[in-house]
Design a protein around this ligand. Structure first.
Ligand SMILES: Nc1ncnc2c1ncn2[C@@H]1O[C@H](COP(=O)(O)OP(=O)(O)OP(=O)(O)O)[C@@H](O)[C@H]1O
Ligand SMILES: [Mg+2]
Length: 238
């Protein structure tokens, strides 16, 4: 059985507002999957639903890894991270007054990754040398692009099997986007979510890197098979 994350017919939303309608997607080990969609289309909601931060109302998030099958829908977020799913959230969510190294150590302090914290620190410092140079500085003292690298590095500290990155290109110079994608593509499966202004320069790069592009996500969300109407207007925000 191939190692993979399988999302099947996943629905989720906020109160009475259903944002995701029966979304299905698969990410295999070693694969880079890009998810594209307009603003307000539900990309962040999907990543947050995979992590359990937005509770799914129907459907399945199944991790098939090393011969074990685990249903993650309904698990709390910390348990899902323990199973090897990591999210680099939209807006980064760093702890600004803590240093670079403290932010990284927090990321790596979960039960599964704690024993190899030192090795993981070496890995992310080698992957992103700027973080080593600035390890004693507060996260807030860094540029936006550097903070994005730190947020990605913090997620890598959990030793993820599957890395979910929400809008990795925002705030990054094109050269930094190249470096991030190269690092991520070599070691991890990922769902990358670029859009907005970054989309013009980022999408061609992503096309080179990703093995699968879920461009139809937009169409599916705009034209749900059963209930057009409210979700369609949510999905068509731009
Ligand atoms: N906490 C929330 N409460 C209520 N509605 C929300 C919440 N977060 C998002 N939404 C709504 O859910 C829909 C999907 O939002 P989401 O953030 O998932 O889209 P997105 O594709 O990530 O957009 P963007 O490209 O702007 O990041 C939008 O209509 C948004 O207004
Ligand atoms: Mg978003």
């Amino acid at each position: 059985m191939a190692n993979r994350l399988v999302i099947e017919n996943l629905s989720a939303g906020y109160g009475a507002v259903r944002v995701l309608r029966e979304v299905s997607l698969e990410v295999r080990e070693g694969e880079l999957v890009a998810l594209l969609g307009t603003n307000g289309n539900g990309k962040s909601t999907l990543l947050n639903a995979i992590l359990g931060l937005v509770p799914p109302t129907a459907g399945s998030v199944r991790l098939e890894w090393d011969g074990q099958v685990t249903e993650l829908a309904g698990f709390p977020a910390e348990k899902i991270v323990e199973r090897g799913i990591a999210l680099v959230p939209e807006g980064r969510r760093l702890i600004p007054h803590l240093t670079v190294e403290e932010n990284l150590r927090l990321g790596g302090s979960g039960r599964r990754s704690r024993p190899s914290l030192r090795r993981n620190l070496e890995f992310v410092f080698a992957a992103f040398p700027v973080l080593l140079e600035r390890r004693e500085q507060p996260a807030a003292a860094m540029s936006g692009g550097q903070q994005q690298l730190l947020a990605i590095a913090r997620a890598l500290m959990t030793e993820p099997r599957i890395l979910l990155i929400d809008e990795p290109s925002v705030g990054l110079a094109p050269i930094a986007v190249d470096r991030v994608l190269a690092t991520v593509a070599v070691r991890f499966s990922a769902t990358a979510v670029p859009q907005r202004l970054a989309v013009e320069r980022f999408v061609p790069k992503l096309r080179e890197t990703a093995q699968k592009i879920r461009q139809r996500f937009t169409d599916q969300q705009r034209n749900p098979p059963h209930r057009p109407g409210r979700a369609a207007s949510l999905g068509g925000a731009t």
